[in-house]
Design a protein around this ligand. Structure first.
Ligand code: ZN
Length: 217
């Protein structure tokens, strides 16, 4: 295509011209800090999740370190306009992280705050999850968990009163006896992930596993 000649695809790190479907060149690819986590093994992410909520399996594709390439890649996923980045990251994930013998039943992405969704116009995790769903053969449902949006009237209620009546997230359907694979871009404090996990774990028979693109260390 003419556009490819005019605007060739470039490595997002060193800007060398690369094939259209790639994100980085071979040299930069070798610098990415993949975690080598496995779902069926103990790892640092699973240990960190366990401090906050019961978790079956946990794995991260990459590790964040100050100024490293994985940080740049996730930044591109969040704020760049490269649509295919989510797809590529899903391929990298499926190549490296195998599902356990008893895989989760359903993949659910942590919903964006409505304000952020409005700013960006899309959830950057959607294409990642959709691609992963087909790679793993596990359905992805973007509508299971929704982020509650407080109106002004509610916000004016006394804080204590509000916290007993409302949560940050809620389940859009009555999910039971389901092993949910929670998906997010970066695991830092785990607070958001924990809120979603506990919402799912409220219902009988549910289990939670975690998959993130990067874990902050
Ligand atoms: Zn490069």
């Amino acid at each position: 295509m003419i556009l490819d000649l005019l605007f060739p695809n470039r490595c997002l790190h060193c800007h060398r011209i690369i094939e259209g479907s790639e994100l980085v060149c071979g040299l930069c690819f070798d610098q990415i800090y993949f975690t080598h986590h496995r779902f069926d093994e103990e790892n640092v992410l699973k240990q960190r999740c366990q401090l906050l909520f019961p978790v079956e399996y946990a794995a991260a594709l990459m590790q964040f370190e100050a100024e490293n390439l994985s940080r740049k890649i996730v930044h591109q996923l969040k704020y760049g306009s490269r649509e295919r980045i989510g797809k590529k990251l899903a391929e990298w994930t499926a190549d490296r992280i195998t599902m356990p013998a008893e895989p989760p039943d359903l993949m659910v992405t942590v919903p964006l705050h409505p304000r952020k969704l409005k700013e960006r116009g899309y959830n950057q995790l959607h294409l990642f999850a959709e691609t992963l769903a087909s790679q793993y053969g596990i359905p992805h449902d973007a509508a299971v968990v929704k982020r509650n949006f407080y109106k002004k009237a509610q916000a004016k209620k006394k804080k204590a009163q509000r916290s007993t009546t409302s949560n940050l997230f809620s389940l859009a359907e009555n999910l039971q006896n389901t092993h949910v694979l929670l998906i997010d871009d970066v695991y830092t404090t785990g607070n958001t992930m924990s809120s979603v996990a506990w919402e799912i774990l409220k219902n009988p028979g549910n289990k939670v596993s975690v998959l993130v693109i990067a874990v902050d260390v």
